[in-house]
Design a binder for this molecule. Structure first.
Ligand code: CLR
Length: 264
C-alpha cells in the first residue's frame, strides 16, 4: 500500500500519518500544545505574581464561612465550571484531540477536566502562605470551610503545594496537562488505538522538552502525580454524590449544565 509518507508529503496536521515521527514534528506538537495552554490559561502567571499581596480580609473570610453549605457549593461549582470551560478549550486545541470521535472526546473530558483544573490550581498557588487565587483574591483553605468537605480541600491544597515544589515552567505545565488529558486507559473509550497514538506524541513532546531543559528527572515525579490527581477526582465525585443526596434540587436547577454533564 502506497502511503503518503512514501510520496514524501508531510502533513503536520495529520497525526495519524504512517511514517516515523520526526524531531521536527515533535517540536511542532510541543509548540502547539504550549501555545494552546497560553491561549486558554485564564490567568497569566506574571499577572498573578503581581497580585500576590491581595489577600481576603478577616471579614471577607468570615462572610464565605457563614454561607450555607448549599450556597457555598453553588458558588464553587460556578467558579469550577468557569475554569473547566478554559480546560475544554485547551483540550480542543491539542493536536489530534478534535480528530478523535465525539464519544472519546467526551470520555477524556469527563475523566480529565477536573484533573486539569487541579494542575492549573498549582499555577494560582502561593506556597509562602498556602493560598490560592479564587474569586479575585488569595484564599487559604479555611475560606472553603462551609463546603463541609475538608478532606477534599486539604488534598487539593496539598497537591498544589507539591506540584509547586517541582517548579515547572509554563511549557512543562502545558505538556503535563496534555499528558493527563490524553489517557488511553480511561474506561469506555471506543477507539483506544487512536487515543494511544495521540498519547505517544504527547509523551514524546514532554520527554523532548524535559531533555532539552536538562530536567529528565522530572518525568518520573510527574508520573507519580497522576495517581494523586485521580484520587482527588474520585473524592470530588464522592462529595458531589453526598451533596446531591442532601440538596437534589440545588444540583438539578442551580448547578451549571456543564458541571452536571461532566461530573453528575
Ligand atoms: C483553578 C485554576 C483556574 C481558576 C480556578 C477557579 C476555581 C478554583 C480552581 C482554580 C481550583 C479548585 C477550586 C476552584 C473552586 C473550588 C475548588 C479551589 C484556582 C475547590 C477544590 C473545591 C471543589 C469542590 C466544590 C465543587 C464543592 O484557572
Amino acid at each position: 500500500l502506497m502511503s503518503r509518507g512514501d510520496m514524501g508529503i508531510y502533513d503536520p496536521e495529520d497525526i495519524f500519518c504512517p511514517y516515523p515521527t520526526s524531531l521536527l514534528h515533535i517540536e511542532e506538537v510541543c509548540a502547539s500544545i504550549v501555545h494552546s495552554h497560553r491561549e486558554t490559561s485564564q490567568y497569566r502567571v506574571e499577572d498573578l505574581q503581581a497580585l500576590r499581596w491581595k489577600l481576603f480580609s478577616r471579614e471577607e473570610i468570615h462572610a464565605y464561612q457563614s454561607k450555607s453549605v448549599d450556597e457555598m457549593w453553588q458558588h464553587c461549582a460556578l467558579r469550577l465550571t468557569e475554569a473547566v470551560q478554559y480546560v475544554v478549550e485547551f483540550a480542543k486545541r491539542i493536536p489530534g484531540f478534535r480528530q478523535l470521535c465525539q464519544n472519546d472526546q467526551i470520555v477524556l473530558l469527563k475523566s480529565g477536566s477536573m484533573e486539569l483544573v487541579l494542575v492549573r490550581m498549582s499555577r494560582m498557588f502561593n506556597t509562602e502562605n498556602s493560598t490560592v487565587f479564587f474569586d479575585g483574591k488569595f484564599a487559604g483553605k479555611e475560606l472553603f470551610k462551609s463546603l463541609a468537605c475538608n478532606d477534599l480541600i486539604t488534598a487539593a491544597f496539598d497537591l498544589a503545594h507539591n506540584l509547586c515544589a517541582l517548579r515547572l515552567n509554563e511549557q512543562q505545565v502545558a505538556l503535563f496537562s496534555a499528558l493527563v488529558l490524553i489517557n488511553a486507559d480511561r474506561p469506555c473509550l471506543e477507539e483506544r488505538g487512536r487515543v494511544e497514538r495521540v498519547r505517544k506524541e504527547v509523551e514524546l513532546a514532554l520527554s523532548h522538552t524535559l531533555h532539552r531543559d536538562n530536567q529528565e528527572g522530572l518525568l518520573h515525579k510527574l508520573y507519580q502525580k497522576v495517581a494523586v490527581l485521580k484520587s482527588i477526582c474520585s473524592l470530588h465525585i464522592e462529595k458531589l454524590r453526598w451533596f446531591r443526596q442532601l440538596y437534589p434540587l440545588t444540583v438539578h436547577s442551580l448547578f451549571p449544565p456543564l458541571y452536571k454533564e461532566l461530573f453528575g
